[in-house]
Design a protein around this ligand. Structure first.
Ligand code: ADP
Ligand code: MG
Ligand code: ZN
Length: 479
């Protein structure tokens, strides 16, 4: 990057999975008919009063604890004033000078090296509604859906500690996983329950002062975040090289052209005329409550990853995949409790299990194969009743039918052939059919051994015990 370095700070908006909205009793679920989840409060009718949902605060505190933040004991809501059609009150209830939490950090991994990314603040606010622009004949018509209005959000603002697009993506994935483990957000980027604005500037390496930043919006996948940042860093360097200046502005990522385009000049905080919301009493967070919430925090992804490497002797690669969802890590541990060969379990989960699940975009919770089914299958291999190859067939049948492996093996006659006499007959048949190849083998073409083994497996539909078959074949080829 020719003497330049990028400086990136991310703002993440995460919708909290509370049952009701942040200041009224309306439901928060995604996908209801437009404007069904509304009432006079979230529609911003004059004379209504907000009541704060304590669960939203509890969720925010969980996140604050998990990201090493200082929790402020005194919080306050503020009105952020601006006009937008999806904001019926003309202001958004947010937090300004007194957010829930400040000064935290999370650790990200770039290959093997750790790096801390600082968190400036976490605050609570209400989400706005959604505008739907008709694409068809009535392209001049816009609709407003207020279902999202008042859904609780936390905004998590990072320090400008991120130095490249890969780190930005790492940071987002780590943060998202923490929220998923805490079960406070569903992390769905396409549905917008986990959204990111990226702030980026460039400067000459060694320079202490930050360059002028541009804010990027409309980044609804990790890939877009990375691509938009790559493009924007490049653009800014070109502007500076051309002795021009960067304008502080908000730009949109255009997914069809793969470029960023200017959307509007960047507003400053004072443009919003923030002031404490007189309708809501200040929040006092008691230490005791924080301690109680602290006790409910589950083991977090990074800790779990370290434990998997340590306790089960797994490679980093395996641990990384297994902790990539809480359900998957639970599945692994349930198996490990039943069967004492963690690496083998991990191979089957990363291979067969994830392949089947990914093919149908199924979640682990919808997996028809239970930990007990998988470990019984592995035991069948251990006992020499089926080969690894047959086990793969059994696995896919288990997955499709939900039947236990023993039953499948019995019903389909898949038990391994270990009977020496029976195998001998098959070996002789194979050799008799391929007398020319036997001659070649005897003349020194030893790699034909694999061919003979293949033929034996074919003749037995893969059921020959490979060890015994190999022994007999070696024996026969000597004579
Ligand atoms: P705003 O709401 O105006 O965007 P915030 O304080 O919510 O302001 O967010 C600012 C974000 O921009 C933070 O993540 C911060 O780290 C980042 N940031 C600030 N200055 C720069 C800069 N010069 N270059 C890159 N990122 C920056
Ligand atoms: Mg911003
Ligand atoms: Zn409501």
């Amino acid at each position: 990057m020719k003497g330049y370095e990028a400086v990136i700070g991310l703002e993440v908006h995460a919708q909290l999975l509370t049952k009701s909205k942040i200041f009224c009793g309306c439901a928060t679920n995604f996908g209801s008919k437009p404007n069904r989840n509304t009432c006079p409060i979230c529609l911003g009718m004059p004379g209504t009063l907000p009541t704060f949902n304590k669960s939203a605060l509890e969720f925010a505190i969980k996140v604050a604890i998990a990201t090493n933040c200082k929790i402020t004991q005194f919080g306050q809501f503020a009105r952020k004033n601006y006009f937008y059609p999806d904001l019926p009150k003309g202001y958004q209830i947010s937090q300004y000078e007194l957010p829930v939490a400040k000064d935290g950090w999370i650790e990200i991994f770039d290959k093997d090296s750790k790096k801390r990314i600082g968190l400036t603040r976490i605050h609570l606010e209400e989400d706005a509604g959604k505008l739907l622009h008709d694409q068809g004949e009535r392209s001049n018509v816009s609709y407003i859906d207020f279902n999202r209005t008042g859904v609780p959000l936390i905004e998590i603002v990072s320090e400008p500690d991120i130095r490249n697009p890969e780190e930005a993506s790492q940071y987002l994935q780590t943060l998202r996983l923490i929220l998923l483990y805490l079960e406070v957000c569903d992390g769905n980027m396409e549905e917008g329950s986990f959204r990111c604005d990226a702030n980026v500037s460039v400067r000459l390496k060694g320079e202490k002062i930050l360059g002028t930043r541009v804010e990027l919006k409309n980044l609804n996948s990790f890939r877009f975040v990375q691509k938009a940042l790559e493009y924007e860093i490049d653009r800014q360097i070109k502007v500076l090289e051309g002795r021009d200046t960067i304008i502080q502005e908000t730009r949109l990522w255009d997914t069809t052209e793969d470029i960023t385009i200017s959307m509007r000049g960047k507003e400053e905080a004072h443009d919003y005329r923030y002031f404490p919301d007189p309708d809501l009493v200040p929040i006092v967070i008691e230490k005791k409550w924080i301690e109680k919430i602290n006790r409910s925090i589950p083991e977090l992804p990074l800790a779990k990853r370290a434990r998997f490497i340590d306790e089960y002797n797994l490679p980093l690669y395996d641990a990384e995949i297994l902790i990539s969802s809480k359900e998957l890590s639970d599945f692994f541990e349930a198996c490990a409790g039943l069967y004492n060969k963690p690496k083998i379990i991990s191979n089957w989960i990363m291979g067969e299990l994830l392949r089947e699940l990914n093919r149908e975009h199924r979640k682990v919770s919808e997996c028809p194969v239970t930990p007990l089914m998988l470990t019984s299958l592995l035991e069948l291999i251990d006992k020499g009743l089926i080969s690894t190859n047959i086990a793969k067939t059994v696995f896919s049948q288990m997955y499709n039918t939900g039947k236990p492996p023993v039953e499948i093996v019995k019903d389909r006659g898949l038990t391994q052939i270990t009977d020496k006499e029976e195998l001998e007959k098959i070996v002789i048949q194979v050799l008799d059919k391929n007398t020319d190849k036997v001659l070649e083998f005897k003349k020194g073409k030893e790699k034909l051994f694999g061919f003979f083994m293949g033929q034996i497996m074919k003749a037995t539909s893969g059921k020959a015990n490979p060890g015994i078959a190999k022994e007999i074949l070696t024996e026969k080829l000597k004579n």
